[in-house]
Every structure is written in structure tokens, then in C-alpha cells.
Design a protein around this ligand. Structure first.
Ligand SMILES: Cc1ncc(COP(=O)(O)O)c(C=O)c1O
Length: 357
């Protein structure tokens, strides 16, 4: 059987959740499990996250999956509902919604009594400069005051565009706008921190923090590794060597014959490829890890296979290869491929077997 395997380390996930608790002891934790728990598989992660206060997801289907797995914590739909008919399920499943435009408010008002009877909070989104979702500073205070007058419990919510970048001008603007609205609408619950912001600004943790990437043990920062942040990688992505070849100087490897060996080379073929979610883009030299040793990926990544240079190494058919995990961080693989760890995790395909350990 093909042995491409994604191991999910439950203890690492619990450890990272506890890191959030250490960093933000007073805030409630909304664990972001959208995009199938950042590619880890929601069903593989929820038990380890059972002590979270709430979950955050991108759509109703993701929320329903959590309820069907038997978890009753509050769930927030971070983009709100996409059409009025979704309100019915929101109410049946006790799901909290973000509102970021007038139409969503109208859909909510049409179900005001039922929503309030369930004690669900309304998360009102401020657009303070990221310019994706939210009411502008000039509108939001009225929106919140109207909601409050109608008897809703509101959470002021915002997302930073550059929380991973020190001294970005927009950070100050976003913080000031958030604080201004918070003050004007006081008392109000508040939430503005994703992983990077949790590390950067303890003074902004407020009532709810919304960690995503840090739960999975990857770094939200380009220049600080998961190890430096004391996070433990949750996913180990592994495959096995399925063929060994001896190439002579001048021989080429793989599609396009783009990589030509400059000396006699022992190479191994590993059963992993872009069909599994292993990246094909090539930005810098990429590596895998075998027995704690870095081994270079050579030639193009195929759909189901890669070639690695095993000259001088003692390996055989069946030797296990770590593509990313504890020894080769997903962020390092991402960096070698001109992307971010988030993307590699989220775009894993269903083909690798998932195992919870
Ligand atoms: C609204 C919101 N909050 C929190 C997060 C979690 O962010 P991160 O994974 O950087 O912690 C996201 C992720 O995109 C988000 O969209």
C-alpha cells in the first residue's frame, strides 16, 4: 500500500492550545478550525481542542460538521451567512454570526426574537483598513447602537492586515479605530487578535482571541520559527522510498529533464507529489528529512513522486521520509516554494492517509 501519511499529534495540539491560554490568560479562546482545521481534518482535531471556549469557521457547512461530531461549544461564522435561508440552520444549530453588511443585518432582524431567545451573540465587524469585510468607522457605531437598542449582545470584531509585521503603519490605524469604536460603544465585548496579534499585543487580547495557525504549531511570522515561539508542529507529513537509482554525471532526472547531475549520484524516488499537496513550485532548494538528516529534493515534483539525492546515505526501499513535521518545519518547505505554511497545510489533498497519534 502507498504509504503517504499525515500524522496528527493530539498532544502537540493540546500543547499549543495551552500556549494560547498562557499568552492570553484572561481571554476566551475561539479556536479557528476553518478549512478543515487548516488541512488537519476537523474530526482529527476536536478532541484535542475540547477545552477551547468556542470555534471559528468560514461557513455553515463547517459549523454543521462540528455539531455532527457532537461538540456543543459556541461557533462563530466569521463571514456570517451568505443568504437569508441560512438563518434557519443558524438557529437550529445555535451558531453565532458575524455581520459585515446591511443585508446581513436585515436577515438577522427578520429572526430577531428567535436569535435572542437562544442567547446568541452578534459579532459586528469593523473594517479598519484591511478592506475585506466590515462596516467603516463612520457606520459601525450606529450599527452597534441599533443592535444594542434592539436587545442584541454584540462583540466588536476586527482583523489585522499586518499583525505579522512590526511597525507597519496600518497597525496603528487599525488599533486606534478599534479602540475608538470600543470606547464609543462601551460596554461591549471585543475581539481583534489572531495568532500573530496574540503574540504581539497582549494589551489587545480583550474578551476573545482567535488563534488559527499557532494551534497547528506553525508560525504566523516570516522571521520567527515555530520552535522559537515554543509551538509544536501538529502535522507530520511522511512518505516512503519506493525506488533507488544510480545516475552518472550528465544524466537528467524527472519531467523536463531540467535537473542534470554534475557527478555520479544515488537518488531515491519517494511516493509523494503535488497530487498529495506537496508543492511543485520551486523557489529555493527544498529538502526532506531522513533520520534527522536533510536530504535535497532534485528535479521536478511529479503528481505522485519526487526524487531526492541520497548519495552517501544508508537508505533502502521502505525508508520513511519526513516531508514536513517536527524536523522539517512546514514553514521552511513553504519558504522554499515561495508560499506560506498556511497554504501548504490547507491545500493537502485527501489522498494521504490521516492518522491521529
Ligand atoms: C477573522 C479571522 N480571525 C482569526 C483568524 C486566524 O488567523 P491565524 O491563523 O493567523 O491565527 C483568521 C484566519 O484567517 C480570520 O480570518
Amino acid at each position: 500500500m502507498r504509504q503517504a501519511t499525515v500524522y496528527i499529534d493530539s498532544e502537540a495540539l493540546q500543547y499549543n492550545l495551552n500556549r494560547v491560554k498562557q499568552l492570553a490568560p484572561k481571554a476566551k479562546i475561539v479556536s479557528m478550525v476553518k478549512a478543515n482545521a487548516y488541512g488537519h481534518g476537523v474530526k482529527n482535531c476536536l478532541a484535542a481542542l475540547k477545552n477551547t471556549d468556542a470555534f471559528g469557521v468560514a461557513c455553515l457547512e463547517e459549523a454543521i460538521e462540528i455539531r455532527e461530531l457532537g461538540y456543543q461549544q459556541p461557533i462563530t461564522l466569521i463571514e456570517g451567512i451568505f443568504s437569508s435561508d441560512e438563518m434557519k440552520t443558524v438557529l437550529e444549530q445555535n451558531i453565532e454570526i458575524v455581520v459585515h453588511h446591511q443585508q446581513q443585518l436585515d436577515w438577522l432582524y427578520a429572526h430577531q426574537v428567535a436569535y435572542q431567545n437562544k442567547n446568541l451573540k452578534v459579532w459586528v465587524k469593523l473594517n479598519s483598513g484591511m478592506n475585506r469585510l466590515g462596516f467603516k468607522l463612520s457606520e459601525i457605531i450606529n450599527v452597534i447602537q441599533t443592535l444594542k437598542t434592539k436587545g442584541f449582545t454584540c462583540v466588536l470584531v476586527m482583523h489585522f492586515a499586518n499583525a505579522d509585521t512590526d511597525n507597519h503603519d496600518l497597525n496603528e490605524q487599525q488599533k486606534l479605530q478599534f479602540l475608538q469604536v470600543k470606547e464609543a460603544c462601551s460596554p461591549i465585548l471585543a475581539s481583534c487578535c489572531n495568532s500573530a496579534a496574540i503574540f504581539q499585543w497582549p494589551e489587545l487580547h480583550f474578551d476573545f482571541v482567535r488563534p488559527g495557525i499557532m494551534l497547528y504549531g506553525a508560525s504566523p511570522f516570516a522571521h520567527k520559527s515555530a520552535h522559537e515561539l515554543d509551538l509544536k508542529p501538529v502535522m507530520s507529513f511522511t512518505a516512503e522510498i519506493i525506488a533507488l537509482n544510480h545516475l552518472q554525471k550528465g544524466d537528467a532526472v524527472g519531467y523536463g529533464s531540467s535537473f542534470v547531475v554534475e557527478k555520479d549520484t544515488h537518488l531515491a524516488i519517494v511516493s509523494i507529489g503535488y497530487g498529495d499537496g506537496y508543492p511543485r513550485a520551486y523557489f529555493k532548494q527544498n529538502y526532506v528529512v531522513i533520520n534527522h538528516q536533510k536530504v535535497a529534493v532534485i528535479g521536478r515534483v511529479s503528481m505522485d513522486m519526487i526524487a531526492i539525492d541520497i548519495t552517501g546515505l544508508n537508505v533502502e526501499i521502505g525508508t520513511k521520509v519526513e516531508l514536513w513535521g517536527k524536523h522539517r518545519l512546514v514553514d521552511e518547505v513553504a519558504d522554499a516554494n515561495g508560499t506560506i505554511g498556511y497554504e501548504l497545510l490547507c491545500r493537502l489533498s485527501n489522498r494521504p492517509i490521516r492518522k491521529v497519534v
